[in-house]
Design a protein around this ligand. Structure first.
Ligand code: ZN
Length: 399
């Protein structure tokens, strides 16, 4: 457990920056950067109430909270569409019998990668243009008490416009017991720490909802506060995620960058995810070169090199935590439903987890038959699937 102390003098005064962040098994280290003393971008003007996002599902208060904003799931129209599968898109519709319905894991790509970056650090802002140039969606976990760095709002607004996700990493990046390693003064309650962050994301940054959380330090003590707010929490334990399976949605494992890796190190993990048909969530902190190497800095070329490697494989789905996670949990919900057959028609009915984002789909294949939702026949996609709307909650299949 070590922390590196940087002192940075700015026009506004002296800022004490403590390095490091989300410790996992691989990276036991504390803290995050913060300002000492009230400077620009403190907590001015943000209140815990009045988020613009709508709560259309769930709405269960956090376990410890009396003032939870509930689920800020946004609306279906703002959901990001699944990417197009490779191929000409001219595969014929199946014409056999109504047998062998199967959900395509990872939207038909076979494996998935999510690039996550924590703490909305200055070096991420400085390197956003290079990340954006790769043309893939990513997830950034924000601590909006860090808005002192130039370009904070415009960078993350641009990331949202590009399709990337801003997730909640609490306002001040403190421990769940409201002690802080970083000279930061926490808000009065954990509920406020979470909700003020979400409000910043929906109001100031303008994202339509806030769907996923990353516990500071990976602390599971945050978990009771997440029920009724988020459908996924990214933890910091090492591992990958299988389709279906029993992985805890409120403690998703990661592949953490320790700092200094070449692209080949990440490429190897991508190969493993692909071979095993799994979802790998990369966790990065500082991006080099930078004068703000707070924790586990990795050269930008290693990150973009690994993205290029994954893209070049052609069958790896690279997307945000909310997008891949909705597919993963949607498949799990669908497969947990026991189909009922009556008069030759088979019906699946499922319920989605609390705070599940609207507007998401599964891709399924069959030998034949007619699939319908809400009385509407599903249309075959020549890339090899029918798209099943998870929001509909049921699917029927007739010969
Ligand atoms: Zn962090």
């Amino acid at each position: 457990m070590q922390s590196i102390v940087f002192r940075v003098t700015l026009l506004a005064g002296t800022w004490l920056l403590l390095a490091a962040c989300d410790s996992g098994n691989d990276n036991p280290a504390p803290a995050n950067a913060a300002q000492s003393g009230g400077g620009p971008g403190g907590s001015g003007g943000i209140s815990a109430g009045g988020a613009s996002g709508s709560s259309t599902q769930g709405g269960v208060a956090g376990a410890a909270g009396s003032s939870s904003l509930g689920c800020l799931v946004g609306d279906a129209a703002n959901a990001v569409a699944l990417p197009t599968l490779p191929g000409a898109g001219d595969l014929p519709a199946p014409s056999g019998t109504d047998a062998n319905l199967r959900v395509l894991p990872w939207a038909g790509f076979g494996s998935a990668i999510t690039y996550t970056f924590d703490d909305t650090q200055p070096s991420q802002i400085d390197h956003w243009a290079e990340l954006k140039a790769e043309g893939v969606r990513m997830t950034f976990y924000a601590n909006p008490s860090q808005t002192w760095y130039a370009g904070y709002n415009t960078t993350w607004q641009d990331a949202i416009a590009q399709g990337s996700e801003i997730g909640n990493h609490t306002w001040s990046h403190c421990h769940a017991n409201l002690t802080c390693d970083n000279n930061q003064k926490p808000l009065a309650t954990v509920d406020q720490e979470i909700d003020q962050c979400s409000t910043y994301i929906t109001t100031t940054l303008g994202q339509s909802g806030v769907w996923t959380f990353a516990s500071p330090y990976g602390e599971t003590a945050y978990k009771p506060y997440l029920q009724g707010r988020f459908f996924l929490n990214r933890g910091v334990g090492s591992g990958m995620i299988a389709p279906g399976g029993t992985t805890d949605p409120l403690n998703l494992p990661i592949i953490g960058a320790a700092g200094g890796e070449a692209a080949s190190a990440f490429n190897g993990r991508i190969d493993t995810a692909r071979t095993q048909g799994q979802w790998a969530i990369f966790l990065f902190h500082s991006i080099l070169p930078t004068s703000n190497n707070w924790y586990a800095g990795v050269d930008i070329a290693s990150i973009t090199g690994s993205i290029q490697y994954a893209k070049g494989l052609g069958d790896v789905w690279i997307d945000t935590l909310v997008n891949v996670g909705a597919y993963w949990l949607g498949q799990r919900a669908f497969e947990a439903a026991a189909p009922v057959t009556a008069n030759g028609t088979t019906t699946w009915s499922w319920s989605l987890p609390t705070c599940f984002p609207p507007g998401h789909f599964l891709r399924v294949t069959v030998d034949g038959g007619t699939l319908s939702q809400n009385g509407q026949e599903l249309v075959w996609d020549g890339h090899g699937y029918y798209a099943v709307a998870l929001d509909a909650g049921s699917l029927t299949w007739a010969p």
